[in-house]
Design a protein around this ligand. Structure first.
Ligand SMILES: O=C(O)CCC(=O)C(=O)O
Ligand SMILES: [Fe+2]
Length: 316
């Protein structure tokens, strides 16, 4: 049988180019969002050692017995911190829950910080040595990569390049460590139902195991196939709203792979980059015109918007 060589549909862009040719990179990134609603980014500055360490600690946690993991299910924080067991998150409007368990890491705040009112404290599994250090290091590195990507997005939108820096300072960003267990050959076909992300942009690591698909502007489901270590980036609802849908929040889902890979678990690590809670999401004037009237005339803070949406996916 002839081998079909898979050429990834969404092309890879290199964040290293942002230093050499900031405008060229901004156009490449923005063009990928315009065409696919996703971008794949190499040379993002998050070191392979850091990724491997964070991944190993997450896997060690998920390998713990269910009753131990449940000690970290932190019902009081609206699903924003600690362990979220199987059977909770349900894509908006979907009947079946997703086949995944996950862990949420949030921002570490100095004691007494006023933001404690809206950002619950982190919890840490005491069974896994070095978990806290590894996950916080990845959180910081992904936040910095996200800031650099937003500088390119600002250029693409013809804003000053540092426009987003202040909007994400102390943002309510969340690192999600995900585990989808292996399935039998006859298992269900969907690992995570079709959804959009709520936040500003998402930086996803660990999507090299097949299954992630995006819904493109023509209504086709296309595979997202980053190579190991590359980041898959998508725009979330908050940036869609701010840009009056110039940048679209792309629907995506995770399918169970072909039967021969069904016996493998999927571990992925999306970083949901958020605006700071008091940032007022008010349509950018440059994204409104006669042909594109303002779809969101009433502004909303990032915090209020987040909680509206978390209730819809049964996390709050
Ligand atoms: O597992 C993945 O690769 C994607 C996860 C995802 O889309 C999400 O958790 O929002
Ligand atoms: Fe997602």
């Amino acid at each position: 049988m002839a081998t079909i060589l898979d050429t990834p549909i969404v092309p890879t862009v290199s964040l290293a180019d942002a230093v050499r040719d900031p405008d060229g990179f901004a156009q490449a990134l923005g063009g990928s969002f315009a065409r696919y609603g996703f971008a794949i980014v190499a040379d993002h500055g998050v070191s392979p050692e850091l990724i491997a360490e964070a991944d190993a600690k997450a896997k060690a946690f998920f390998a713990l017995p269910e009753e131990v993991k449940r000690n970290y299910a932190n019902a009081g924080s609206g699903g924003q911190r600690g362990y979220i067991p199987f059977g909770i998150e349900t894509a908006k409007g979907a009947k079946a829950h997703d086949l995944k368990e996950f862990w949420h890491v949030g921002r570490e705040l100095p004691k007494g910080d006023p933001l404690e009112a809206v950002m619950p404290p982190n919890v840490w599994p005491e069974e896994i040595d070095g978990f806290r250090r590894a996950e916080l290091a990845l959180y910081d590195a992904l936040e910095e990569a996200g800031r650099r990507l937003l500088q390119a997005i600002a250029r693409y939108l013809e804003l000053t390049p540092d426009f987003f820096d202040a909007t994400i300072l102390n943002g309510n960003s969340v690192l999600r460590l995900l585990h989808y267990p292996p399935m039998g050959p006859d298992g269900p076909s969907i690992r995570a139902g079709a959804h959009e992300d709520i936040n500003t942009i998402t930086l996803l690591l660990g999507a090299e195991e097949a299954g992630l698909e995006l819904l493109d502007r023509d209504g086709n489901w296309l595979p997202v196939q980053p190579k190991p270590g590359e980041l898959a980036i998508n725009v979330g609802d908050m940036l869609q709203r701010l840009t009056n849908n110039v940048l679209r929040s792309t629907t995506h889902r995770v399918l169970n792979p072909a039967p021969e890979r069904r016996g493998f678990a999927r571990y992925s690590m999306p970083f949901f980059l958020h605006f700071r809670p008091d940032y007022l999401i008010e349509t950018l004037p440059g994204c409104v015109s006669d042909e594109r009237p303002n779809l969101y005339p009433v502004p909303i803070t990032a915090h209020d918007y987040l909680y509206e949406r978390l209730r819809e996916i049964k996390l709050a």
